[in-house]
Write a protein that binds this ligand. Structure first.
Ligand SMILES: *Cc1c(COP(=O)(O)O)cnc(C)c1O
Ligand SMILES: [Zn+2]
Length: 429
């Protein structure tokens, strides 16, 4: 491993060593990792990947780590499912679901945290920390447990119980802050200046964010080293959205896709675009917190921060760190950004559950309703290959759907059963 050259500012291009840093000292731009792609291209191959572990670590050559032993709870290698029933409902013959709700801590955050935790251990940190909208807290606490180090996680105090318990069980120091995620994040930046901790989404962010590229690699591998025509993604900070695009382009530039010739990455690796990558990137956000989608729809190149008020708490970032880069990906890929009405989020959760037997969380409700709107407005050809990313698990946001599930309550007798059944015909598909 060790194909990492260092860090580079995305705005002014200044270079930094591979250390726990995330902001440029000169222009305050975000830092990103720089790879030695020339060496990677000599080593990496489809064969080598397919012989790797059944986790994100099969793509280790393309991740910013040196250690041979990652902090691994088997994140990734999740199912890509052909959605026949939902596809029929939406008039799509090639609709697929990337079911990342079945990761070890039940969201895609295990991908990013596995990379960040591995890097934190490499740097010699003894404490893993984060500011979280919920799923990150669960994943950080789980990976710290696996690594045998301490964790301290900061969450907004209004989070769903499933996320609080789903983090607390791993034994972190759990701090509920009376404020929004953006306030929690600001506090954590200040804490990070005073305590020698690895904040996965602050000082470890350049490494952490790279973990999301595996969502792109895996879908390509599962499709036989081909890319979808469209992907539909739920966004908060916009990081995952930009990294899936980066992952697709890396595969193309390295010549790993079927029928695609390798090309050089050019001077700015992070904006490399291989002309064979024609996937359209569709972003979805909930109306109660849609700063990136709003900027896109208004034709702005900058994102104006908002104060979130959304049922989709895992997406409730009012000041998204990767907002402007996500806008560039929308532009470059010919994609779109959907603003999903709050009252359609639960409909989206139900639609997925009732058609495909997958129970997703509120972020999944957002992406499902966004998908439905795109399909109904003719954004896809009926035979085009569409992949929807289902990023989190419904058992963590049960309060969102409590009112739409109503079991029959009966006494243990046949007559009581038949009485209850009257006027409630069995659901027909
Ligand atoms: C964090 C999260 C997202 C958004 O990720 P970003 O990279 O911040 O855009 C989407 N879905 C779920 C379930 C999440 O927890
Ligand atoms: Zn800079």
């Amino acid at each position: 491993m060790a194909f990492l050259n260092g860090l580079k500012c995305r705005e002014c291009g200044r270079e930094y060593p591979a250390e726990p840093l995330n902001v440029c000292d000169f222009c305050f731009g975000p830092l990103e990792v720089v790879y030695d792609y020339a060496t990677i291209s000599e080593v990496v191959s489809r064969d080598r990947i397919s012989q790797g572990p059944l986790s994100i670590w099969r793509y280790a050559d393309l991740l910013p780590v040196d250690s041979e032993e990652p902090v691994d709870i088997m994140a990734g290698y999740t199912p890509l499912i052909k959605a026949k029933n939902l596809g029929k409902r939406l008039g799509l013959n090639n609709l697929y679901l990337k079911n990342d709700s079945v990761n070890p801590s039940f969201s895609f955050k295990d991908r990013v945290v596995s990379v960040a935790a591995t890097k934190a251990v490499e740097f010699g940190f003894d404490t893993l920390a984060c500011a979280s909208t919920g799923n990150l807290a669960c994943s950080v606490a789980a990976h710290a447990a696996r690594a045998g180090i301490r964790s301290i996680v900061f969450i907004p105090s209004d989070l769903e119980r499933g996320k609080v318990i789903g983090a607390a069980i791993y034994g972190p120091t759990l701090v509920a802050v009376d404020g929004t995620y953006d306030e929690v994040n600001r506090l954590c930046s200040e804490i990070g200046d005073n305590y020698p901790w690895a904040f996965v989404n602050i000082n470890m962010r350049p490494y952490y964010a790279e973990g999301s590229k595996t969502l792109g690699y895996e879908v390509a591998e599962q499709l036989g080293w081909r890319l979808p025509d469209h992907v539909v993604i739920p966004s908060a900070s916009g990081a995952m959205f930009t990294k899936i695009w980066k992952g697709f382009n890396e595969l193309a530039c390295l010549g790993l896709l079927e029928g695609v010739d390798a090309i050089s990455f050019g001077p700015d690796q992070n904006t490399a675009h291989h002309p064979a990558v024609t996937t359209r990137m569709h972003m979805t956000q909930a109306a109660g917190c849609s700063p990136i989608a709003t900027a896109w729809q208004n034709g702005q190149t900058h994102v104006r921060p908002v104060r979130p008020n959304s049922i989709a708490k895992s997406l409730a970032i009012g000041n998204p760190a990767d907002g402007i880069y996500a806008l560039r990906v929308l532009e470059e890929s010919g994609g779109s950004a959907q603003i999903v009405p709050e009252d359609r989020v639960v409909d989206g959760i139900k639609l997925l559950a009732e058609t495909e037997g997958i129970f997703t969380e509120t972020a999944g409700g957002v992406v499902m309703s966004g998908l439905q709107h795109l399909a109904e407005s003719g954004a896809f050809g009926k035979d085009e290959l569409v992949v929807v990313y289902i990023t989190g698990n419904g058992l963590k946001t049960q309060e969102a759907v409590e009112e739409v599930v109503n079991p029959l309550s009966i006494r243990p007798t046949l007559s009581s059963f038949e009485e209850a059944l009257q006027g409630r015909p069995l659901a027909i598909r």
